[in-house]
Structures are given as C-alpha cells and as structure tokens.
Write a protein that binds this ligand. Structure first.
Ligand code: ARG
Ligand code: GLU
Length: 737
C-alpha cells in the first residue's frame, strides 16, 4: 500500500503539465465565480448539465436565487428554504450560538433542540444573516487614473477615499448597505448591496450524536457520516426590513427560497454550490506557497497538537470542562487537521514544483513583453523579499500559536484595559466602578475558561517555545524560567496561582477593592508580564518588518496577477475567494485518489449505525436514531429501505462555504455543503480535480432527522418539496420583490 502511494506520488509529482490537463476528468471544474459574471459561463454550465438560465441564479431585478443565499454570522453560508424566513445551515455554523443558549440543565448538544412552533424559537443574541441583493463592477470608479506601479501607501489612500465615497453613494441610492471589496488582488473592485438582519432565532439543532457525529476524527474525511445541519429563522420589522430583536417581529417574508428536490442524484450529475468561500490563493508565487507549507502550516500543526492533547484529556474529566471547551476545541482542531491535509496534498501534487515550472514560462514571457516593463522583475523581487522574511514569519508563527495560544497569556491583553483605567486617575469610587464593569465584561471569557486545563497547555506549549525559539526568547521569559530553576511546571504553578487574571473571582475581588496605587499589582502580574514581553518583542522586532513585507508582497501580487492575466488572455481567470458570494459547479463524483481504495460518492445510515460506540463521545448514535433505523422508519425520505446521509462532488469550495446550498441542474436544493475531503484540502492553493471533493449532507437525511427524529414535521409543511427533477418548483417562479 505505502509503496503504491509512493510510486503514485512520484508519478504525479513528475507528471508534466500537459499530462495533468489530460488527466482532468470531465466535469471537475476549478473556480469560484462571481454570480454577476455567470453569463460568460452559461454555455459551459449548460454543457455540464445546467438546465435553468443563469439569470435565474443571479439577477439584478430582485428575482434571482441570490436572494435565497445568506452570509450566516461572520463566516458561514445559509439558505432560505421557506417563504417564512426559515434558514438551513450547518450544525457547526450554529454551534457557537447554541453554546450561548446551552447549559448543563438545557444541554442542546446532548439532546438537540427542535422548536414545536414559532413561539418556541429561541433568539440568538448577536447572530446576523446578510443578503446580497446586487453586485456591480465598480473598477472604473475606483481605479481610473491611478497608475499600476504607484506604491501602495499613496495608492491605498486614494483608493480608500474613493471606496468610502462610492459606498456612501450606493447606500443612499438603494437605502441598503454597500460594501466594496478588491478582486484579482486589487485589479478589480466590486460593490455588494446588502441587507443584514439581526433578529435570528434558533429553530432546530440535532444533538451532537447526529450533527457532529464522528467529531474531529471524521472531520475533513470522506467517507463521512455527519448530519451537519441546523435551522434558524430570520425575523424582520413590519416592513420586512432588518430590525432589532422584538418578541412580536414577524418572520421575514421571502419571495425567493430554494425548492427541495428529494429524488436524489447519481454519479456524474451536475451540481452547483452557492455561497461565501473565504480565502483561496491560487495565483501566488512558489515562494509564498513554500512559506505556507514549509513554515506556517508545520508550526501551527505542532503547537496545536500539544494544545489539543491537553484539552482532550481535561474535557474527558468533567462535563463542565467539556461544555467549556467543546466549541473552542472544534475551532482549533479544524485548522490543525486541514493544514495536515493541505501540506500532504501540496506535497503529493508537487504544487511548488509545478509553480516553479510555470514561473519559468512566465519569466520568459516577461523578459520580452513590451507593454508591461514591471513584469520582468516581479518574480526576482518576490523571491528576495520572501527569503528575507522567512525567519520572521517562522518566529511569529511560534509567537502566535505557542505563546499566545496559551489562554492566560492571551488574556494578559485584557490587563491593558485595566492599566489604562488607573492611568485616567479617577476618584476611588469611579475607579472601582469602572474596574468592576471591565471585570464583568470579561465574563464571556471566564465562562468558558478552566485555569487547570490552561495551566497544562502553558506547560506543554512553552516547552515547545523554549526549545524552538531559544535565540528569540524575550528576557521576561528567560528570567522567569531561571527563577524557577528551569522547571516549567514550577513556573506554571507560580504564574497560575499568583495571576489575578487566572479566574473571574480573583479579578472581581481585585476590582472591588482597588485603590489608586494598585496598578502596580497588575504591572507585576505574571500573565501581564509574559503577554507584555511577547507583545513588545513583536512590536519592536517583528510586526513592522512583516507589515512592510506583506505590503510589498501585496503590491507584487497585484502586479503579478495583472501580468498573468495579460500573458494568458484565453484563460478564464476567476478571482480568488474573498468571503463574497460565489458559484462553483461540478459533478457528483466518487473519490479514487491514489489507487485501490475507491470511495463511493455516498454514505448511508447503516454505515452510521455500524460505527456506533456507546463508550465514545463522538461515535455514540442516539438511541432514537437507532430505533428509527431498526424499524426502517424513514417516512418519505428513504430510498428502497435505505437512508442516504452524505455525498461528495467536485465543486471548488473553501472555508465559508459551510452551510452552502448544493443545487441540482434546476437550481433545486439536494444538500448542504459542510466540508472537503482530506485529500483535497490544498484546494485553497492548488485545485486538483482528481482529489478535491466537497462534502454535503443529503437533504433527505436532513428532512428525515427533522421529521422523524426531531418530531418537527410542522417545518416540513413550510417547505416546497419536489420529487422528480422535471417539475418546476414554486420558488423558482418568483414574484418580483
Ligand atoms: N471541517 C469543516 C469546516 O471547516 C467542519 C468543521 C466542524 N466540525 C468539526 N468536527 N470540528 O468548517
Ligand atoms: N467546513 C468549512 C466551513 O466552515 C467548509 C468546508 C471547507 O473549508 O471546504 O466553512
């Protein structure tokens, strides 16, 4: 097996560019496209199987399906599935909000939550969803008259001013919000006209045994068995516009929402994903890519491995700790595993080697091209700049992951606000009052903090830091270390027992009794001292240099992008993802990355039940689900006595696409995107159609869980369910807004 992998990776590594193109399976499409430019792809999308006009997917009349896709919170996607503002997204996208509503008495992670009627829907403070009503290319208004090679600071200032002015004009003309963002590394600018709703309520959330089934073990992995969905509802003012929470707000009235198609799909069927991919960097140089995969990723992986080991151990000890750390753990582990897949995928594909080859060709062109004199020096400049920055990037990655990854040290930053308070020279009562308020504001942090857990993280991470960064240790760290006879455990004991930041109680007690001279107590606090030392070191020795480096690289990236587009006029370049609305398209397709293990494109409930392990926190199948399985009680949603759970397709997606609607050739909903396969997580830098797959929950599993497990059939009644792919659904004949 391992020989086989090696042989294959050697082969792929050495494969010529041409061979790679020839190996591209039909229907696997790289690209996250701006919906407003889909006209240019209509022919190709039709060829791949799309059966509706693209202006049904997006248009500016208010009748496009873009009005049924939302940015959910700050980094996920959601889709409208009823005229009453019902939104479907991922379980892991709702996780943070549900944590705020959950307690040991009302443990929605263990038991799930399904409202029985609208009155039972629970407001989620702080949660928002944003609609993209329209997008427009405003490049001319932003860039006209500005030279390409003008240096960034001056250029940025002019651009920022024009952006602010143009956004204002759009906002006042539309009575909505307007945001302008750069595309193609700043070679284009687009405005998005948006509406952000802020009265959002929890409707349905399966227990972790379904919604997070397989946990971090199955995360980023295909085959996958997670029912990663949850439901919310948007509420609006009487005028259907965004409004603050009010008990009597009516549900948002949606003219556009997705019809749900339950007849399934087969391998090779056309699919689209409509959502908000966060970041891709497909056009960077080999030098920047090397920094990612040989410096940034490996350091982050090493540091997080340590932190996760400690957290996992402590979370298993008490339910209280589990609840405190479960959301944080998911976040930290998510990047940790993705980066491992990324490093491997970039390696197996020899992505830097391929970039180097491409760069040779680019250089040849640049040496002779007449009208882009700047092109000649871009790559040399990039190489030199990157090489100079490598050591600083390495060091700062340790600072961020191994030092500031300790929660107490990170919390040292909070001491800064306390110190500022003392500096104001307030009279005693006012001082106490302000400090008490500040301390109370930190409640959110302490609610999910356990000092004993964090102390073990401190021990583990600082051990890594001391061994890897010997030449860079701030004096405060070495002094403390020596003062404790180079015993990191003793140092940790001391820091955690004496810091007033180690618990909410200590902090409150300090605030309640504070006198004007007490700032000295904070200034001597060990957590503050460590934070301040690392912060000062970064401020003096790292950040300014890295800031210059990234500014310069950004300047070069923009020119490089422009030159690449000029060199290859026939190629259809898509702009890198930037958390704006995009469409990807591809096909339902199994995964056969490196030989014998061929993975089908679909998983089923029998596989979930086969994984059941009552001793495991993440593989324990809820009793009720097992009963439904035993009785094959699948209602309308089963397929010949089986229950589909998840499926994969070759759509180009990224972080932020979580919760995105996965659509068939008619634009009907067949699933909800929630992940990528491990083999293809490098697609943020390099898309390999043979290995890159997006993973979705099958909509039939979602409906089954809502109705049969959650007993919330009343929600199904709101939806527009269509069976055969031939029917034309209600919501796809939209009224105009
Ligand atoms: N990997 C998916 C994403 O990037 C899912 C993350 C949530 N699941 C988990 N087991 N942590 O968001
Ligand atoms: N799970 C990811 C998210 O939260 C989406 C999957 C991906 O990165 O492809 O956005």
């Amino acid at each position: 097996m391992s020989l086989k992998i090696n042989l294959i990776s050697l082969l792929t590594g050495g494969m010529s560019f041409l061979a790679c193109i020839m190996a591209t399976p039909a229907g696997a499409k790289e690209g996250v496209w701006i919906p407003a430019t889909l006209k240019a792809h209509e022919k190709d999308m039709r060829k791949e199987g799309l059966e509706i006009p693209v202006d049904q997917i997006y248009n500016e009349n208010g009748t496009g399906l873009n009005n049924a896709v939302v940015l959910f919170g700050k980094g996920c996607t959601g889709e409208l599935i009823s005229s009453k503002g019902l939104i479907l997204t991922n379980h892991h996208c709702g996780y943070g909000s549900v944590q705020g509503l959950s307690s040991t008495e009302n443990d929605y992670f263990a038991n799930g939550y399904f409202a029985k009627n609208m009155q039972e829907e629970i407001p989620c403070k702080g949660l928002t969803v944003t609609f993209i009503r329209r997008m427009e290319n405003v490049t001319d208004r932003i860039l006209t008259g500005i030279s390409d090679t003008m240096k960034d600071a001056a250029r940025d200032a002019i651009i920022a001013e024009r952006i602010a002015k143009t956004e204002k004009e759009f906002a006042s003309a539309t009575h909505m919000d307007a945001q302008i963002k750069p595309y193609y590394e700043g070679n284009q600018y687009w405005v998005a006209i948006t509406e952000t709703y802020r009265d959002i309520r929890l409707v349905g959330f399966p227990p972790n045994g379904i919604g997070a089934f397989g946990g971090d073990v199955e995360n980023w992995i295909w085959p996958r068995h997670t029912g990663d969905f949850s439901m919310f509802r948007v509420y609006a003012g009487a005028d259907n516009k965004p409004a603050d929470y009010a008990k009597n707000n009516p549900p948002y009235r949606a003219d556009q929402f997705f019809a749900i198609n339950t007849s399934g799909y087969k391998e090779g069927d056309f699919t689209m994903v409509y959502g908000f991919p966060g970041t891709t960097k497909e056009y960077i140089s080999s030098y920047e890519l090397k920094q990612v995969y040989s410096i940034i990723d490996p350091i982050s992986i090493a540091a997080r491995s340590r932190k996760l080991d400690v957290w996992t151990k402590h979370m298993a000890w008490t339910r209280e700790n589990f609840l405190k750390y479960t959301s944080k753990r998911a976040g930290v582990a998510n990047g940790w595993k993705k980066w491992q897949g990324e490093v491997r995928g970039l390696d197996v594909n020899n992505a830097t080697g391929k970039k180097e080859l491409y760069e040779k060709g680019f250089q040849k062109w640049a040496d002779t091209v007449q009208d882009m004199p700047f092109a000649k020096n871009i790559l040399t400049d990039m190489r030199k700049s990157a090489q100079k920055a490598d050591a600083l990037i390495r060091q700062d990655q340790y600072n961020k992951e191994a030092v500031l990854g300790v929660e107490l040290i990170q919390q040292g930053s909070a001491a800064e606000s306390l110190i500022t308070c003392f500096r104001l020279g307030l009279p005693k009562e006012q001082l106490e009052d302000t400090l008490k308020k500040l301390a109370a504001n930190m409640g959110g942090f302490y609610k999910n903090y356990d000092a004993a857990t964090d102390k073990d993280v401190f021990i583990s991470l600082l051990t890594l830091y001391f061994t890897k960064c010997a030449a860079w240790l701030p004096e405060e760290f070495t002094t403390e270390y020596r003062a404790h006879n180079q015993d990191i455990v003793a140092m940790a004991e001391d820091v955690y027992s004496s810091s007033i930041l180690a618990s909410q109680d200590k902090l409150n007690a300090f605030a309640a009794a504070a006198k004007s001279g007490d700032s000295t107590k904070i200034l001597a606090d060990p957590a503050w001292l460590l934070y301040n030392a690392i912060n000062t070191m970064r401020k003096e020795k790292i950040t300014p240099f890295l800031k210059d480096y990234y500014t310069h690289m950004h300047y070069l990236d923009r020119l490089y992008m422009k030159a690449q587009m000029a060199r290859d006029k026939k190629k259809d370049f898509y702009p890198d993802a930037n958390l704006t609305l995009r469409v990807s398209y591809g096909k339902v397709k199994g995964l056969d990355p490196e030989g014998p293990a061929t993975y089908s494109f679909q998983t089923r409930l029998n596989e979930v039940v086969a994984l059941d392990d009552s001793t495991s926190d993440i593989f324990k199948v809820p009793k009720k689900l097992k009963e439904l399985y035993r009785k094959k009680d699948y209602g309308r949603w089963g397929v010949n006595g089986t229950m589909p759970v998840a499926f994969i397709a070759s759509n180009h997606t990224s972080g932020g696409n979580s919760g995105s609607p996965v659509l068939n050739k008619k634009g009907e909903l067949i699933g909800t995107n929630f992940d990528r396969a491990y083999e293809g997580t490098m697609s943020d830098y390099y898309f390999d159609p043979n290995r890159c797959r997006n993973i979705s929950v099958d909509i039939r599993y979602t409906l089954f869980v809502i109705e049969k497990f959650g007993g919330a059939g009343w929600l199904i009644d709101e939806m527009n369910i269509v069976k055969s792919q031939g029917t034309s659904p209600k919501s796809q004949n939209p009224k105009s807004r």
